[in-house]
Design a protein around this ligand. Structure first.
Ligand SMILES: [Zn+2]
Length: 304
C-alpha cells in the first residue's frame, strides 16, 4: 500500500514537471515567431518603413548591417543567407543595390523569393558625379515625404499579397504612416514658403528628393553616391556659394567623414549640425521623428 502511494506521488510529481515545462517551453514562443512573415530588406530605411507598415506581423532582417554605409556595400555569403530564409526581399532600387542585386536573384536558394522594389513608379532625379560629367540616378528616394509614402504603399501591397489574412492591419498601418507624412508635408510646405532662404548645404548629397518636396535647393560637399572627395575647384565654388547665399549651417551625416564639412564651415563662418540620412538607425528616433528632425534643422538653418 505504502509502495503504491509512493509510486502515485512520483507520478503526480512527474506530470506537474512535464506540464510545467510545457508552459515555459521555448517552442511555444518559437511558434509565435513562426507566425510572423519573414522579410529581408537591404538596409535600415527599408527596415524602418517595412516595420511601420507590418508592425507585429513581420520579422524584418537587414542584409546591410546597421552602421555600414550602403553605397559601397558587397554582401558576403553569410549576409545573403538572411534573404534565403525569407519570403520576400525588399530593396530600395534606383541603383542603390545595383552592384549586388544579381547575386540575390542568381542564388539557387532564392528561387521562390518575391523581389519588391520599394521605389517602383518613382519619378527619379538625375545627379552629377563629382569627378565626371556623367549623370547618375539619385537613389535617396526614401529620404523624402513623398518618397517614403510611395515606398510604404509598395511595401503594403507586397505584404498584402504575401499575407492576405492580415490585409486590414497592413492597410490601417499604412494609412497611419501616410497620414503622418501628409501632416509633415502640409506643415513644412507652409514654413518653407515663408522661409528667408531656400538653399542648404550638406556633406553627403542625400537630400535631393526632400529638397524637391519643398522647392528647396541642396548643395553638397560630396556627391549622391559618395564617389570620392571633391576637387579643389569644387570646394572653391562651394565656398563662394556659401558666402553668396549666407549659408549659416553645413550639415554632417552619419558614416560620412565630417572633416571637409568642418573645414568649409570654419572658412565661411558657419556651424556644423548633425542630420539623418536613415542609411543607419537614427539614434532612438522612429522614421517620422527623424524626418521631422531633419526638416526642423533645415528650416532653422534657412532662417537663422
Ligand atoms: Zn547616401
Amino acid at each position: 500500500m505504502k509502495k503504491n502511494l509512493i509510486i502515485g506521488f512520483l507520478l503526480v510529481m512527474f506530470l506537474i514537471v512535464v506540464s510545467g515545462c510545457g508552459k515555459t517551453n521555448p517552442s511555444s514562443s518559437q511558434e509565435q515567431n513562426n507566425d510572423k512573415l519573414p522579410v529581408a530588406v537591404s538596409f535600415q530605411a527599408m527596415k524602418e518603413i517595412t516595420e511601420a507598415v507590418g508592425k507585429d506581423h513581420v520579422e524584418v532582417n537587414c542584409v546591410i548591417p546597421d552602421g555600414t554605409e550602403p553605397h559601397d556595400f558587397q554582401p558576403t555569403a553569410k549576409d545573403l543567407t538572411i534573404i534565403s530564409k525569407s519570403k520576400m526581399f525588399i530593396y530600395n532600387g534606383l541603383g542603390l543595390e545595383k552592384s549586388w542585386l544579381d547575386k540575390v536573384t542568381a542564388a539557387d536558394d532564392n528561387k521562390g523569393l518575391t523581389l519588391v522594389e520599394a521605389s517602383k513608379e518613382a519619378t527619379p532625379m538625375m545627379v552629377a558625379e563629382d569627378n565626371s560629367d556623367s549623370k547618375v540616378t539619385d537613389p535617396h528616394f526614401w529620404l523624402s515625404v513623398e518618397g517614403a509614402k510611395l515606398e510604404a504603399k509598395n511595401i503594403r501591397d507586397a505584404l498584402i499579397a504575401a499575407d492576405g489574412k492580415n490585409k486590414a492591419d497592413y492597410e490601417k498601418n499604412y494609412q497611419e504612416f501616410a497620414g503622418k507624412l501628409d501632416d509633415l508635408k502640409k506643415e513644412y510646405t507652409e514654413k518653407f514658403q515663408n522661409s528667408k532662404r531656400h538653399d542648404f548645404v550638406t556633406g553627403h548629397a542625400a537630400f535631393g528628393y526632400l529638397a524637391r518636396d519643398f522647392n528647396l535647393k541642396q548643395n553638397s560637399v560630396s556627391d549622391a553616391l559618395l564617389s570620392g572627395e571633391p576637387s579643389a575647384k569644387k570646394l572653391k565654388e562651394l565656398t563662394d556659394y556659401c558666402r553668396q547665399n549666407n549659408v549659416t549651417t553645413i550639415f554632417v551625416e552619419d558614416m560620412v567623414n565630417p572633416k571637409i564639412s568642418e573645414t568649409l564651415a570654419t572658412e565661411v563662418n558657419a556651424k556644423t549640425v548633425k542630420i539623418y540620412t536613415l542609411e543607419s538607425s537614427p539614434d532612438n528616433l522612429d522614421y517620422i521623428s527623424a524626418l521631422r528632425y531633419d526638416l526642423d534643422k533645415i528650416y532653422e538653418s534657412l532662417n537663422s
